[in-house]
Design a protein. Structure first.
Length: 178
């Protein structure tokens, strides 16, 4: 069983939470946070490549249609370039897997601070904070993660989320709610 259940798990719908109260302390469950900073960077690199490929494909296809319409579709194409990264992250973080493709490859998962799966509004808030923070102070986005044992960044604190290693941890699971 996983610390946070996935739709593949047989009792996915019967467990709504990964843990009972707040996120486990790193001293009590270090395996949740082991190597989290490096894994997050690699996961973001993978997601960046995927988003870039999606944007190139959208621009190639969109440009053909924009030329056919004598440029009328170029504004929509420009908007799509801004919307695609947000949609990519929000739909995956708020969805059933609670992780982007890069995060899944690196065995990471985003969980709300109280153990619940993040909702779409919470995922949207986190992504808006993330993109806002990297646009203002790119190298400082990870700085806060070095000052807390869970490796949480500023956008994680403000959105009430924590990124964890997706492991098989029965001892952290919240008791079943009846």
């Amino acid at each position: 069983m996983r610390a946070v259940l996935s739709p593949k798990d047989s009792d996915y719908h019967s467990h709504a939470r990964a843990w009972a109260d707040e996120a486990p302390d790193p001293l009590e469950a270090p395996e949740l946070y082991d190597g989290i900073r490096v894994k997050r960077l690699i996961a973001y690199g993978i997601d960046f490549i995927i988003i870039s490929l999606l944007l190139v494909a959208a621009w190639v296809i969109g440009s053909i249609f924009a030329i056919i319409t004598l440029g009328l579709l170029f504004p929509i194409l420009v908007m799509a370039a801004f919307v695609l990264p947000f949609a990519y992250h929000i739909l995956q973080l708020g969805g059933a897997s609670n992780a982007t493709v890069g995060m899944r490859i690196m065995n990471l998962r985003v969980v709300a601070w109280n153990g619940h799966r993040p909702s779409y509004p919470q995922a949207a808030f986190q992504i808006l904070l993330f993109f806002g923070s990297i646009s203002i102070a790119t190298p400082l986005v990870l700085a806060l993660s070095f000052f807390n044992a869970r490796g949480r960044c500023l956008h994680d604190f403000l959105a009430g989320t924590v990124t964890i290693n997706d492991l098989h941890l029965d001892r952290l699971r919240a008791p079943r709610e009846v």
